[in-house]
Design a protein around this ligand. Structure first.
Ligand code: AMP
Length: 365
């Protein structure tokens, strides 16, 4: 069922994504209720209501669900059982299958494989013995990743020549993992797409992402890739969204590899790295650089409203994350003509912490 202006959207998670979603909802005359555990929750400042509670507290979540018209999440590491319980009280969009597929790297890769979508080669690893067998198959260097709770390079370790396998497995907490081959990518790109309640689909231009220390540093839209590669990336994102009967904004991260084709020219191939069932850092450029931002798009989709235009403003849009004390240069950025500054209102800057971002749009001369 579609919402009406004045209805309330519940958001699980109180970080910057929740904050920017809440601001977009307010512009459309919707109220927001944010649910997040104790901590620095910048989304609380811009929401009509908030609840401090743990994602494991079924009673509190049920109370929250009863107070909202639809619930969504800004963060995928919420226990699936909590989201399932919430779904008994109010609609949850995107629904559980998307969350379940994206919070477990093995389930995610099996799901993608079932659609015939390529990923890095991988082997499941349940214990240190299985790691030795997996390294026997995939060789070194390879990357060991925990199945759950990994992000921004956390929960992963490279298995190199000479690495002690038992120690590598223990260093990630001895939890179920997968071993992945290293993809010799030339670029990392992502697709931010949306699927409406009526099955409509819209995607932004493919974005090219530059990481430093595993954390997104800058994004560029459009990505400098062949148009046929961009089309394939968007088609794969659409197939993923349709297979999950997805409602909302979805991000799909890809590795781009170049391999010599039969005619000797380099062919561009894409492999999915991961799926995020939510708005995504690599889509922040859309706030200033597209007719409808990813945040408004997500709100429209989960409200059951028509999707907005993904058309880009300007020729090239660059987004730069402001990490740690980089945000201290806010006055310098504000003084720069045409720079759009977004600060998340976080109380404390720590090295690598996302404090804000800045968008710069190049227009045709
Ligand atoms: P992830 O947390 O899986 O998104 O990994 C964070 C970053 O590590 C990616 O954006 C890549 O830069 C790098 N990375 C992860 N997996 C691989 C892989 N299989 N091959 C090469 N680089 C990888």
């Amino acid at each position: 069922m579609a919402l009406r202006p004045g209805n309330t959207i519940g958001i699980l998670g109180g970080g910057q994504l929740g904050r920017m979603l809440a601001m977009a909802a307010a512009e459309l005359g919707l109220k927001v209720h944010v649910y997040a555990p104790q901590g620095d929750n910048p989304a609380f400042e811009v929401a009509a209501h908030h609840t401090v509670g743990s994602f494991e507290d079924a009673d509190k979540l049920a109370e929250f669900g009863a107070a909202v018209d639809v619930a969504t999440y800004e963060f995928e590491n919420i226990p699936a059982s909590s989201v399932a319980a919430l779904a008994c009280v109010c609609p949850v969009r995107p629904a559980l299958p998307a969350l379940a597929a994206s919070q477990d790297r093995l389930a995610e890769k099996e799901f993608l494989g079932s659609l015939g979508i390529e990923t890095a080669t991988y082997v499941p690893v349940e214990d240190a013995g299985a790691l030795a067998r997996a390294v026997g198959k995939l060789g070194r260097p390879t990357i060991l990743k925990t199945r759950r709770l990994g992000y921004d390079g956390k929960g992963q370790i490279t298995v190199r020549e000479g690495s002690d396998l038992a120690a590598s497995f223990r260093s990630l907490g001895g939890v179920p993992a997968i071993l992945e081959s290293v993809v010799p990518f030339v670029k990392e790109v992502s697709v931010i797409a949306a699927r409406g309640l009526d099955g409509s689909f819209a995607a932004y231009d493919v974005t090219e992402n530059m990481h430093v220390n595993h954390i997104l540093s800058t994004s560029r839209a459009p990505a400098e890739i062949e148009s046929s590669t961009a089309e394939r990336a968007i088609t794969a994102a659409r197939r993923i969204a349709e297979a999950l009967d997805y409602v909302g904004v979805l991000a799909v991260e890809y590795f781009l590899v170049e391999e010599p084709g039969p005619d000797g020219r380099l062919d561009q191939k894409i492999k999915v790295n991961e799926i995020a069932p939510r708005v995504h850092n690599s889509g922040h450029w859309t706030l200033d650089g597209a007719l409808c931002s990813q945040f408004e798009q997500h709100i429209r989709a989960i409200a059951g409203w028509p999707l907005g235009s993904t058309e880009r403003r300007g020729t090239v849009v660059m987004m730069q994350n402001l990490l740690g004390d980089e945000a201290e240069n806010f006055a310098g950025i504000l003084a720069e003509p045409g720079a759009h500054l977004h600060l998340y209102g976080k109380a404390q800057a720590r090295p690598g912490r996302k404090m804000g971002h800045v968008t710069r749009i190049t227009r045709k001369a």
